[in-house]
Design a protein around this ligand. Structure first.
Ligand code: PGA
Length: 259
């Protein structure tokens, strides 16, 4: 299981350091859970110097290489700061910051070329869902950003399904809605690559995932963790979600062993 926190544009630098200290002081995270936190970019270099209890993630990256690109930061620069995972294609960037499909695809390439892992976000709007085109929408996003990748890099790809109507709204996909989309994504990966590759790619759910609903969402067969926004801002709620992932991971191992 993989639990990733996306702080978006929240927290002062001192609050960010305090969060890391509090998490550091907690009992060790469950073994079967990988944990990542993506703070605002200006904090990455300093946070990457600390012995963090979680993987350090970035929320964005440049689609270009080094050179005359004022204000941009490359994937190699992130790697040099201790970043290991990069979120690409978040709906807030697709909708508000010009990350159209071609830009997202280029960013995915840059992250992988720099040897980092990409957390690729996809998801449909409420209108897409109401018009019953949500599967098409998500699978088209997969096609545009992922299909061209060689199988060799797929062990550094994580997919995050984030229905836009559930992000920061308090509305959550039901476990059934999450599972059917995750199963469609897994099926697409199986077709595009192979069964083993598809089975190995973590597919995270994002969109108002909280301590109160994490167990149920994570228990879905094709949900391998969560990309958490609001509930990742406080150590206690983030830790509660990590613990939910730990519980579910143990239960899923039990099911697999008994199968
Ligand atoms: P949320 O955000 O948990 O606050 O809904 C999720 C995300 O945008 O990654």
């Amino acid at each position: 299981m993989f639990v990733a926190g996306n702080w978006k544009s929240n927290k002062s630098f001192s609050e960010a350091k305090e969060f890391a200290n509090v998490m550091q002081g907690m009992s060790p995270f469950p073994e079967q859970v990988e944990v990542m936190v993506a703070p605002p970019a200006p904090y990455l270099a300093a946070m990457g110097q600390e012995g963090l209890p979680f993987r350090l993630g970035a929320q964005n990256v440049s689609a270009t290489g080094p050179g005359a690109q004022t204000g941009e930061f490359t994937a190699e620069m992130l790697a040099g700061c201790g970043v290991v995972d990069v979120i690409v294609g978040h709906s807030e960037r697709r909708d508000g910051h010009g990350d159209v499909d071609a830009v997202v695809a280029e960013k995915v390439n840059r992250v992988l070329e720099a040897g980092l892992r990409v957390v690729f976000c996809c998801g449909e709007s409420l209108q897409d869902r109401q018009s019953d085109v949500h599967f098409d929408k998500v699978l088209r996003q997969m096609e545009s950003a992922i299909l061209h990748l060689p199988v060799e890099v797929m062990d550094r790809v994580v997919v995050a399904y984030e229905p836009i109507w559930a992000i920061g709204t308090g509305l959550t996909a039901t476990a059934d809605q999450a599972q059917e989309m995750h199963a469609a994504i897994r099926g697409w990966l199986r077709e595009a690559y192979d069964a083993e590759t598809a089975a190995g790619i973590p597919i995270l759910y994002g969109g108002s995932c909280k301590p109160g609903n994490a167990d149920e969402l994570f228990a879905c067969a094709d949900v391998d963790g969560g990309l958490i926004g609001g509930a990742a801002l406080e150590p206690d709620s983030f830790r509660a979600i990590i613990d939910a992932a730990g519980r579910v991971a143990s239960a899923k191992v039990g099911v697999d062993a008994g199968a």
